[in-house]
Design a protein around this ligand. Structure first.
Ligand code: UTP
Length: 301
């Protein structure tokens, strides 16, 4: 089973930084964002490889995941064995690449991996968002198993006045994760999805649950994507093909806590993610507070 990570976008919200550095390689503490995503993607049982959808304009991503023996030897010769080992570990992760020639939307990006997924269901994890405890996809796989291998998406509650910024699901709560005792829009609740609405007006929104960027999809979606015309923004949208999938197959949604994930798609989100990770990671927390000094007390108390 494969996990697909689309990372071929233009990263325009992060310009000028992303002129020469792919958004997915920006660091969170000492690791690029996409390494967190790859490590998360490998967590569910059965996932044996990650396929990154890359752009030819972003060769640095493939370079990062390739072995550079000369560089590792140089580090070792300078007594930096631990650093060399970390560099090596990243470059031996089971990652392969396919290319999207032009950024024509998320659906078009996913379609580029059609041959690599074959007849199997597969995960899609957006390349600019990660879940530090890596358990979201694991729980999605549990929901899929409980419902005969159906497609599952992760959704999270959003305040009513913000629904127009997101893809929102329609449907009804049909249960919850084992041991969760959750209903409605509570974390752990499971919904049967009946529709997907892109950026609805608050008065038209069928729920307050938005799609957070983690999908476990039936391979049938690839056939639908192959015939999917452009939608919003003149891009080939994954949600449009998922809407068509709903007419043929069951789809479920798992409600997750929105604070579980870390967004890095905009400078503000990326900065907040770095601050959060620095405060939560014991290897960085003390040094981070020290670096901030008095300013830190003003910010964090
Ligand atoms: P985003 O819409 O957040 O990324 O897509 P973007 O298009 O790069 O960002 P902006 O809007 O220009 O600032 C989520 C993920 O999907 C990938 C992106 O690389 C990102 O990791 N993506 C998006 C593709 O691979 N191909 C596309 O055509 C669009």
């Amino acid at each position: 089973m494969k996990a697909i990570i689309p990372a071929a976008g233009l990263g325009t919200r992060f310009l000028p930084a992303t002129k020469c550095t792919p958004k997915e390689l920006l660091p969170v503490l000492d690791k690029p964002v996409i390494q967190y995503v790859v490590e998360e993607a490998l967590e569910p049982e059965g996932v044996d490889g990650v396929v990154i959808i890359n752009s030819h304009e972003k060769p640095q991503i493939e370079a990062y995941f390739s072995v550079d023996q000369e560089f590792e030897d140089m580090l070792s010769s300078r007594g930096k064995q631990a650093e060399a080992a970390r560099v090596h570990a990243a470059s031996t992760l089971p990652v392969s690449f396919v290319y999207q020639d032009e950024a024509r939307g998320l659906g078009h990006a996913v379609l580029q991996a059609a041959e690599t997924v074959d007849e199997d269901p597969f995960f899609v994890l957006l390349g600019d968002y990660f879940v530090p405890d890596r358990q979201m996809c694991v729980r999605m796989a549990e929901v899929s198993k409980a419902h005969g291998g159906a497609s599952v998406i992760a959704v999270a509650p959003v305040p009513a006045d913000q629904v127009s910024r997101y893809g929102i699901i329609a449907g009804e709560c049909v249960g919850c994760l084992p041991g969760a005792e959750a209903t409605g829009e509570q974390e752990g609740a499971v919904w049967k999805v009946t529709g997907l609405v892109e950026k609805p007006r608050p008065e038209d929104a069928p729920s307050h649950l938005f799609i957070v960027g983690r999908y476990l999809l039936s391979p049938r979606i690839m056939e639908l994507l192959a015939t999917q015309g452009p939608g919003a923004g003149n891009e080939i949208q994954l949600t449009d093909a998922m809407e068509r999938l709903l007419a043929e197959e069951e789809m479920y949604a798992l409600v997750v806590d929105p604070s579980e994930g870390c967004d890095t798609g905009t400078p503000a989100a990326w900065a907040a993610t770095n601050a959060r990770m620095a405060l939560e990671d014991p290897a960085f927390a003390e040094a981070f507070r020290e670096e901030l000094g008095e300013k830190g007390e003003r910010f964090f108390g």
